[in-house]
Write a protein that binds this ligand. Structure first.
Ligand SMILES: Cc1ncc(COP(=O)(O)O)c(C=O)c1O
Length: 301
């Protein structure tokens, strides 16, 4: 359960991750397992603290816990609600295996719950933290549900970590700005956040459906993945497509798509990440149409 005594407020997951890294170093942890692919900027943060990073492959059911079990890692960072960037949702059986692993190895699971609220085809799934509050550090952020510019995040901690992480936060910046917290609390208490989420979920769902339909129409051989939640989806490309060349060529025509390669630690098939949250419906259809128009068969490797 979340109470004010086990939460540390931070300036988004970016700072939350740094505070957790500092704590882990103090605990003598030197190796962290991460999902592969995973956010390259966050991976850089972990590496900047000197951790050895062990990549654990992700499939359509989320992180491969069977492979995690074979490593010596005692901490793992996961995005179970909507894996970044593949969009996989951690399956029920993997969720319980992950918790079993953490309990057995006395290990810590760092749960980045960054876009759990936007789940379209079912009710949101519960956080891992609820299954094992002593083994899971839960990280939430206002970045996707409201605005990334707020720089507002929260870390829900096992009891034995709270005072250490709170001291680190104090050392970093003496505390997060209070006005934003008070305003956000008022927004929640008046039911506005719930209303906002209900409304925006309908809008984002429509955009998601539009993007899937446009991709299926223009690129019937591409496979769309990770659509159950969040604000982006992943498109698996035919294996012979040169992902980097495609991204560069799209950019030349002012179409912003991202390749998955920069997020990978190990080689993997070509794929694109397409965000739809900030685009109008018109731009979604036009963007995919333009991508088809400039699709160049010579981009094949
Ligand atoms: C994978 C992932 N986790 C967390 C976040 C939220 O980060 P922050 O709270 O620092 O804005 C993001 C933001 O886009 C993200 O992509």
């Amino acid at each position: 359960m979340a109470t004010s005594s086990n939460i540390v407020i931070c300036t988004g997951f970016a700072q939350g991750l740094r505070l957790i890294c500092k704590h882990l170093l103090r605990r003598g942890v030197r190796t962290i397992a991460v999902e592969d692919p995973w956010h390259n900027q966050q991976r850089a943060t972990v590496r900047a603290f000197g951790f050895r990073v062990i990549p654990i492959p992700v499939d359509e059911h989320g992180i491969r816990v069977d492979l995690l079990r074979k490593t010596e890692a005692r901490a793992v960072i996961v995005t179970p609600a909507h894996q970044y960037p593949t969009g996989a949702v951690l399956s029920a059986s993997r969720r319980s295996s992950l918790i079993d692993w953490a309990c057995l190895k006395n290990a810590l699971v760092i749960e980045d719950d960054y876009d759990a609220e936007y789940r379209y085809d079912r009710e949101p799934i519960g956080a891992l933290q609820g299954l094992a509050p002593d083994r899971v550090v839960y990280c939430g952020s206002a970045s996707k549900i409201l605005a990334p510019g707020l720089r507002l995040g929260w870390i829900l901690l096992p009891a034995d970590m709270v005072s250490d992480v709170a001291s680190e936060k104090h050392e970093e910046d003496l505390g997060s700005p209070v006005m934003e917290q008070v305003t956000f609390a008022d927004f929640i208490n008046r039911g506005e956040l719930d209303r906002h989420l209900r409304k925006s979920k309908i809008i984002y769902r429509r955009k998601r459906d539009l993007m899937i339909a446009a991709i299926n129409k223009q690129f019937p051989s591409f496979r769309v993945r990770g659509v159950a939640a969040g604000l982006h989806l992943m498109v698996e490309l035919p294996s012979e497509v040169d992902e980097s060349a495609l991204v560069a060529s799209a950019l030349e025509h002012a179409i912003g798509v991202y390749g998955v390669r920069p997020y990978r630690l190990r080689k993997g098939p070509p794929a694109l990440i397409l965000g739809y949250g900030a685009l109008s419906e018109l731009r979604i259809s036009k963007g995919i149409q333009d991508l088809r128009l400039h699709w160049n068969p010579f981009l094949l490797e």
